[in-house]
Each structure stands twice: as C-alpha cells, then as structure tokens.
Design a binder for this molecule. Structure first.
Ligand SMILES: [Zn+2]
Length: 326
C-alpha cells in the first residue's frame, strides 16, 4: 500500500536534491508505484541502472539521495561466499563483525568485505509497505528465497541459485514449537537434506543401493541447533518424513533432494551470462569523497568506515558451490 502524500513529499525533496537527467527520478517512482514487493526490496542500483539505461553513477547518486529524502532505506548485506545466502543484514556499517556463520553451509567465515558485502535499498515503510518489511510474517517460501536468499547469487553457469534451490526443494515450512509436517516423496540416488535456515538443525541422508518397495517412515525432531536423527543412509524408493519441532522459536525448515544429476558443475551452459555486479562499499566511499559539501555524518551510513574497507574493488562475483559437494 502506497501513502500518496508521503511519496509525493519525499519525491519532491529528491527531485530538488540536484539536477537529474530527464526521467531518472520518474523511473524510480514507477518502480515504487508498480513493481511487485520483491522489486522494491533490496534494490541493486547497478542492476537498476543497467535495466533502465541510466548511467551507473547517476543511479548510485539517485539511491543515496533517495535514502536522505526518506524514499528508500539502505541495507548492508553480508553474503555467504559459498551459498550466497544473506547471513546478516545491517542498517549501519558499524554493526558488521568480521566473523560470521552460515546456517545453510554450517560453516564459519571471515568477512572479506570487498567480496561479500553489498549495499542495497528498500522502499521506506512510510512510503509503501511491503511484506518483506516484516520477515516474521513471511510465508516460508518468501522467507527462504527472497529474504534469506538473493536473486544476485548465480551458479558458474549463470543460473540463479534460488531457482536451483527451488528445483530441488520438496517441502518448506515455518514450524513453531510443537508443530509437525509430513512429506511423502520418492527418493532417488543422491542426497536427502533438511535444514533450518535460522539454526544449525539439519539432517543429511545418503541415498544409494537397491530400490525398496514399502514406504520407509523417518521421524525427525527439530531441536535447538540439531535434528534427531541428523542423517544416515537410505535406499531409493518411497519415504515419509515426519518432522516435529521442539524449537523455542519458529524454524524455517526445508527438505531438499538434489539427485546425482543436479551436480553443481552440470547444467546448461546456454544460460551462461555475465555475473551480476553488486553495489559495494568502496564505490560508496568514492562517492562520499566526491561530494565535499555534504558532511560525512550526514551520509545515510554514518560515514567513517574502517580503513580496511578502502581497498580497491575486485571484479569477482559471488561464487557458487551449491548444492554443497559432500
Ligand atoms: Zn552458506
């Protein structure tokens, strides 16, 4: 829902901020008015520029000024270097730690900030409310694919990771304490995986050998930080997974069945394309330095980044090794 009065007032402020090229502000207005919720959530200004034929620097300027005018708000995202999940998001650079943990990969990483941090922009709730403003109310699919996942993550073949994840996901639930879910499926040689996106609770069954005929029941309890059981081996054939949560908070639990044909190095090379470019902090600092009239503390991110951040950008895109090789 759009608040017309607020949008009008803030766009007027944005238009007055500088001499924009023709239709630059109106392109942002069109996106806010008619884009689906996903399109106004974590906007990548570089992609915005490319898709609308706007100069990159002007698009970056547009979003920084739109942040100051209250049209959008700025997010710092920390991506997992392996699965490209959003492991953390921050309103301020100051909140970023150099160690972080990915529940999907169940691994600790050291933040190499140039590579795995990005700046994105989301429409302000006062301008337009979208369901991503309240992640706890999201359907499990929206949470998994668009809140924790990102459309920027690509395989080596250029396939979006969230599409790959969708293609092997057999069930996805938001399970509160005491809630249960049942999934019947036919398993084939490969792996049967389950994981909570908010903790290390997970399981992994290896599927191989001779096919069985009668359905095999697998009761699994989701506990804080672990599933019981957390894995084993299965033969191909029908299985019934019976999930029950004993977690204190809601689990966003997914069951995935990547089969041997889903090798991360397989896939269709016709999809190969240039990897996405992200708006990274170093660009922002360059921009900040180019505008001496603006006091640093007036910048939306608070200015003053650690010197370690001021390294030259690398062109490396988010790499992909998903599904994770066993
Ligand atoms: Zn990960």
């Amino acid at each position: 829902m759009i608040d017309e009065a607020v949008l009008e007032e803030r766009l007027t402020k944005l238009e007055a901020a500088k001499n924009w090229s023709p239709r630059v502000v109106s392109r942002l207005e069109t996106l806010i008015r008619s884009g689906p919720d996903e399109a106004v959530f974590r906007i990548n200004p570089i992609r915005f520029a490319a898709e609308r034929g706007i100069a990159e620097n002007e698009a970056i300027d547009l979003f920084l000024h739109a942040t100051l005018a209250g049209v959008v708000e700025m997010d710092w995202l920390l991506y997992c270097p392996v699965c490209s999940d959003v492991v953390a998001n921050f309103r301020s650079l100051r909140a970023v730690h150099n160690q972080y943990h990915c529940h999907l990969c169940q691994a600790d990483y050291e933040a190499t900030l140039d590579d795995y941090i990005a700046v994105t922009f989301t429409v302000q709730p006062a301008v337009r409310s979208i369901r991503y403003h309240d992640p706890d109310s999201l359907a499990a699919e929206d949470y998994a694919y668009y809140y924790k996942g990102t459309t920027e993550g690509l395989t080596e073949q250029g396939v979006q990771l969230i599409d790959l994840m969708r293609s092997v996901t057999r069930g996805l639930w938001r399970l509160r304490r005491g809630e249960a879910a049942t999934l019947e499926l036919e398993v084939e040689p490969g792996a049967l995986l389950g994981f909570d996106m908010e903790s290390d609770a997970s399981f992994r069954f290896e599927v191989s050998g001779d096919r069985h005929v009668d359905a095999e029941r697998i009761p699994i309890v989701i506990r804080p930080g672990a599933c019981a059981p957390n894995g084993g081996s299965l033969t191909p054939g029908p299985v019934v997974i019976e999930l029950r949560s004993e977690n204190d908070r809601a689990a966003i639990f997914g069951v995935l069945h990547p089969q041997d044909r889903h090798s991360p190095r397989g896939g269709d090379r016709r999809h190969a394309e240039r990897p996405p470019r992200l708006f990274r902090p170093d660009r922002q600092h360059r921009l900040a330095r180019a505008e001496p009239r603006r006091r640093r503390r007036d910048l939306p991110h608070g200015g003053g980044a650690p010197s370690a951040w001021r390294r030259s950008p690398r062109s490396r895109a988010i790499p992909c090794a998903w599904p994770r090789p066993s």
